[in-house]
Every structure is written in C-alpha cells, then in structure tokens.
Design a protein around this ligand. Structure first.
Ligand SMILES: *[C@@H]1O[C@H](CO)[C@@H](O)[C@H](O)[C@H]1NC(C)=O
Ligand SMILES: *[C@@H]1O[C@H](CO)[C@@H](O)[C@H](O)[C@H]1NC(C)=O
Ligand SMILES: *[C@@H]1O[C@H](CO)[C@@H](O)[C@H](O)[C@H]1NC(C)=O
Ligand SMILES: *[C@@H]1O[C@H](CO)[C@@H](O)[C@H](O)[C@H]1NC(C)=O
Length: 377
C-alpha cells in the first residue's frame, strides 16, 4: 500500500491505483497516507503562523476537489483542506465547486445525459447547464473530473471521480498529522429549492449532521476542535446563523465582490461589510474570508502571472510576504499548497526568535479578540 501511494503522485500515475483505494472500503472509505509517525502520535495542528488552506486541494497540480488533489495537499503541508459542498438529486452531499458540471467534468461525453440540460435562476442570474441537483450520486460517480484551467497540467483529466463529503472527511481523518477541514455551505438557496430530505430537513441540517457524525465539534481552539479542526464557511449569512443554532464549530463569512447581492439576503456585500453589520454578524462567526482585493482568511492565492497583483513582480512569494507580514492575515487559501509551505518554511528558518515570537503573540491576540467577539446564540 505504501508503495502504491508513493507512486500515486508520480507522473505515471494510473487510474487503477486510485480504484484500488476505493474498492478497499469498509464502513467508511479508508485513505491511508504515507506516514513516518506511529499510530496515535499525530502531530498537532500548528497555530504559530497563518494557516495554509489548500483551496479545493492542490488544484494547481491536480483536478480540483478530487481525492488525489486533497491527498497531495496534505503531503505538501496543508493545515486545512478546503472544499465546496453541494448535493446530488438523491440528497447525498458531494464535494464540487460549480452548481453545474460543465466546466470541470466530462459530462459532454455522456450521451445518456444529453437531455438533462436545464436553466435555473442562480443568485438572480439565469444559468444554463448540467446541474448536480439533477443527477443521482450513482450518476455523478460515473463522470470523471478535469482540470478547470487550460494553462494547467491536463494529464490527469478523466481519471478521478467526484467524491462525497464523507469521503473528503475520511481523507482528513486518515492524514498522518492533524489536518483540518474547511467545507463551504455552497449555494444553499438553490440546493434547498431543488433537493428535499425526509422530515423536512434542510441542506444546512444535513451538512452539520455529517460533521457531527464524524465527531467534529467545539468552539475555535477548544480541546475538541484542536483534535479535529473544522471551519464552516459560507457566502450566505442566513445559513451561518441557522447553523450556529446546530453547532458551535467556528464559522467564517465569505465576502464576495462588494457590489453584488448576497445569496440569501437582499443586501449587497457592501452593506454587510458595514461596521453595523459586523457588530451583528460577529455574534455568529469568528472571522471573515474576503477576496484578496477587498481584505482574516483571504482567497485565492495562485502562482500564475494572470492571478498575481501587479506590484509583486510576478513572484507569488512576494505576494505571500505582503499579506502575511504587512497585513497580518491569519490564514490564506491557496491553489499551490506546496509554494505557501515552502515560503513559510524558508522564512521561519531565516527569522530570529524575536520576530517569531512577535508573530505568534500577534496571532494569539487576534484569536483572543475573535473569541471575545463570539457569543453563542
Ligand atoms: C429567467 O428566465 C425566465 C424565463 O425566460 C424569465 O421569466 C426570468 O425573468 C429570467 N430571470 C432573470 C433573472 O433574468
Ligand atoms: C434557534 O433555535 C431556537 C430554538 O429552537 C429557535 O427559536 C430560533 O428561532 C433558532 N434561531 C435561528 C436563527 O434559527
Ligand atoms: C429586494 O429589494 C428589492 C428592491 O428594494 C425589492 O423590490 C424586493 O422585493 C426585495 N426582495 C426580497 C426577497 O426582499
Ligand atoms: C532562540 O533563543 C534561545 C534562547 O535565547 C536560544 O537558545 C535558541 O538557540 C534560539 N533559537 C533560534 C532558532 O535562534
């Protein structure tokens, strides 16, 4: 098994290696990652420098939100693996970013599904495509995922399946050190319109139940939380407030382009970034996740030139330096976990005790401030 996994990320990766992992399922799938640590001595989550949050797994290298992308991110040093949760038609929660399958799967090669194309209104925009909510889990699993961006490595297209929320959790739990999860309640308005669960349950109920089933609980930095760290993120404030009644896990409100309306309230992100709104929402969330153009966990850091801001000389390390050392963020979403990890390892070995201590103490003060602000309803 260790041999198979060592091969898994070499250029001659073949699909049977991955299938082999899935076929070995028992109660929950098991994703053993190569580990130098003995069982029961997992290295804890680091809390002394900003979190390295692997955005959709190591999707700069492998197709996003697939098991290999998450396993690669863990090997490269991610503190958290990040995902987007949507639902299948039959109510199974899956890891997938877009509400439609068009951009990142081989759906167009499946003639049996050609008549499933639909147009639905998504956040006030009529959107046409193959929606995950029109496919059962079994049907979704017959598709294969592909790389989103044409300028990235295409060699893994068509090899990996869409995974479920539970499979994603299993990957984090099987990591050789403590690795947190960072799932998003994605498009809750659309999901609740199209998918019905027994007993009148909502998408948010299923989402929190899944976390609880695997033992995720506790407020930010509590003992339970440190054993199994998780942040719940959403662009939908109403869903986060609803979820705050179900779990005390920390929640992060994502802030989109400030000119567009939020998914579930009739307010723009401009309105909900006012001081008054922050006073209200901070009862329910421990932090905000702004887009790096607006600015605790900004997204998304990418190595390629077209995503870098001008004044960083096309150098992703300069961009990390600015946000970590000048702005003082607490975590970053990156498509290139390995690059952020390299940056953090190099700079920490160069820095003196003094600057390390200053940084750690600055982070602790921020965390203390966030916890004080957080009141359970
Ligand atoms: C979406 O399309 C429907 C049917 O053509 C139309 O009635 C509706 O106004 C459209 N919605 C938006 C937001 O454009
Ligand atoms: C939280 O739960 C209480 C009791 O069940 C209920 O009265 C309240 O409306 C809920 N709040 C939200 C925001 O759902
Ligand atoms: C949102 O605001 C617009 C304009 O103020 C109003 O016409 C509309 O009814 C509102 N929608 C909801 C769902 O409150
Ligand atoms: C940090 O400071 C301590 C005590 O002054 C010293 O013993 C240690 O070698 C220093 N470590 C580094 C990495 O500079």
């Amino acid at each position: 098994m260790a041999m198979a996994m060592a091969m898994a990320f070499s250029p001659w990766f073949t699909p049977w290696v991955f299938l082999f992992l899935i076929v070995g399922c028992t109660a929950r799938p098991f994703y053993p990652l190569p580990s130098k640590e003995a069982e029961g001595t997992r290295k804890p989550l680091q809390t002394s420098h900003p979190y390295n949050i692997a955005h959709r797994g190591s999707n700069g290298e492998l197709p996003e939100e697939t098991a290999p992308a998450y396993m690669r991110a863990i090997e490269e040093g991610a503190d958290f693996i990040e995902t987007d949760i949507l639902s299948s038609k039959d109510g199974v929660l899956i890891c997938f970013h877009d509400v439609t399958l068009d951009a990142t799967t081989d759906i167009y090669q499946h003639e049996e599904f050609a008549n499933r194309k639909r147009t639905y209104e998504v956040q006030g925009v009529n959107t046409t495509g193959f929606f995950t909510v029109d496919f059962t889990l079994k049907e979704l699993e017959s598709l294969r995922v592909r790389q989103r961006y044409p300028f990235r490595d295409q060699q893994y297209n068509g090899q990996f399946t869409i995974i479920t929320f539970e499979e994603y959790i299993s990957i984090a739990l099987d990591a050789p050190r403590v690795v947190g999860i960072y799932p998003e309640i994605k498009n809750p308005v659309l999901i609740n319109q199209h998918v019905k669960w027994p007993g009148g349950k909502r998408f948010e109920d299923k989402f929190v139940e899944t976390l609880q089933k695997y033992g995720y609980k506790g407020s930010y930095l509590s003992k339970e939380w440190l054993a199994q760290p998780a942040f719940i993120q959403s662009f939908a404030p109403t869903s986060l407030i609803y979820a705050s009644n179900l779990t005390d896990l920390p929640k992060i409100l994502l802030i989109d382009d400030i000119t567009i309306p939020t998914q579930d309230t009739n307010q723009s992100y401009w309105e909900i970034t006012s001081d008054g709104y922050f006073d209200y929402i901070k009862k329910y969330v421990v932090g905000i996740g702004p887009w790096k153009d607006t600015v605790v966990h900004p997204y998304t850091y990418r190595n390629e030139n077209q995503f870098l801001h001008f004044n960083f000389h096309q150098d992703p390390y300069e961009e990390y330096d600015f946000w970590i050392n000048k702005i003082g963020v607490d975590g970053l979403f990156t498509d290139f976990t390995g690059s952020l990890n390299n940056y953090q390892e190099w700079t920490s070995s160069l820095s003196s005790n003094d600057s390390d201590n200053r940084r750690a103490s600055k982070l602790l003060h921020k965390i203390a401030a966030m916890i004080t602000a957080y009141e359970k309803v």
